[in-house]
Design a binder for this molecule. Structure first.
Ligand code: ATP
Length: 347
């Protein structure tokens, strides 16, 4: 038997419960003990208790090895509660948001293999905003400490995975101070690393080039909002936002979640693509495996990735976002079956 891990589970709002349930089904195949703790956060808790998550639950998450989380609804406008996603990132110091996008044969518009590493705690998400009588202001805070830690993370990530190039994406020709600082720190840090190619691209050009010539990108490191927007672009090019997961990593714990939001338009219909949550689970197993030196978890993570790849590329069992007619449960069963063969266990 492998190691023992304490993992939080937030099923989230919208399609969250459906896809997180599908992902958790894969844990039966993994040779390790998972002590799962359900944490309620999001809209239902807000409606009942007036808060979307409690401080005790944030403290609990801080003490866990990792948390698997579904998407959480953030209401727009002034009457809504502040984003619980942003709160969790800030409170837990989850400064690096890692989003790998790899295309799949058949379903992707273009061939790409890009990892977007998004600064996750500051920028336009600083939460410093106010209204004046006839105007409104948002402070885009970029700090040296915040930039340096995510840039170092991105460079270490590229080195340890033998990725060939890191591109810093910014708009320092216009945002000379804030993006200027991010860029300066990137150039300072890259000078300390050997063996990684690097370059810089303005964010508008990055969007264009991602469509025209995606293979020019490998690892991207970028401030918060740019990373958010480029991620949705990459997901669309790669076939569906329902395919991709993300790792939000800090120094003490990490939270794994789908790249997409709550998808209220399809929630409760059993047709959401659970690949995003399965990929988030695979990223979590890899993180725990590397952190705790557990080869079994790293192997399980690779098997889940491979099972997703086989089922999606084969194209027989696909959810409607990819042009198929399979339900969330049917797709999840197909992936579990292949992963089980790869891991040599019986489901
Ligand atoms: P939120 O307000 O929570 O961000 P949203 O609808 O604005 O929700 P997303 O949830 O990211 O944003 O959804 C964007 C589109 O992608 C929607 O049409 C949604 O149905 C689709 N989508 C998102 N996730 C999935 C999924 N797992 N499977 C299939 N389609 C999805």
């Amino acid at each position: 038997m492998g190691g023992k891990y304490r993992v939080g589970v937030i099923v989230g709002d919208g399609v969250g419960p459906e896809i997180i349930d599908a992902a958790l089904g894969l844990l039966d195949l993994v040779d390790a003990e998972f002590e799962l703790t359900q944490i309620e956060a999001g809209l239902s808790r807000y409606r009942r208790e007036g808060v979307p998550i409690t401080e005790e639950d944030i403290d609990l998450m801080r003490s866990l090895d990792a948390t698997l989380k579904g998407p959480l609804m953030t209401l727009p406008g002034r009457q809504g509660y502040r984003s619980v996603n942003v709160l969790i990132r800030k409170e837990l110091g989850l400064y690096a948001n890692v989003r790998p996008f790899r295309s799949y044969p058949r379903v992707s518009l273009l061939s790409l293999d890009i990892v977007i590493i998004r600064e996750n705690t500051e920028g336009l998400y600083s939460g410093i905003e106010w209204r004046a009588p006839d105007s409104a202001y948002s402070v885009r805070m970029i700090t040296e400490v915040g930039s340096r830690r995510v840039i170092r993370f991105a460079l270490d990530y590229a080195l340890s995975r033998r990725r060939r190039r890191v591109t810093v994406v910014h708009k320092a020709n216009i945002l000379k101070e804030s993006d200027g600082l991010f860029r300066e720190i990137f150039l300072e840090e890259i000078a300390r690393y050997e063996g990684i190619e690097h370059d810089e691209v303005f964010v508008d050009a990055a969007a264009y080039l991602m469509v025209k010539n995606p293979s020019r990108f490998d690892v991207i490191v970028t401030p918060n909002l740019y990373g958010d927007i480029l991620s949705d672009l990459a997901a669309g090019l790669a076939g569906s936002i329902g395919l991709f997961g993300s790792a939000q990593i800090g120094d003490h714990t990490a939270v794994f979640e789908p790249v997409h939001g709550t998808a209220p338009d399809i929630a409760g219909r059993g047709i959401a693509n659970p690949s995003s949550a399965m990929k988030a689970l695979s990223l979590m197993l890899e993180y725990l495996g590397v952190r705790k030196g557990d080869e079994g978890l790293i192997y399980a993570s690779k098997a889940i990735d491979e099972a997703l790849h086989r089922v999606i590329s084969e194209g027989r069992v696909l959810t409607p976002d990819l042009g198929g007619s399979a339900s969330t449960a049917e797709f999840a069963r197909a992936v579990k079956c292949v992963a089980s063969e790869l891991l040599g266990s019986v489901t």
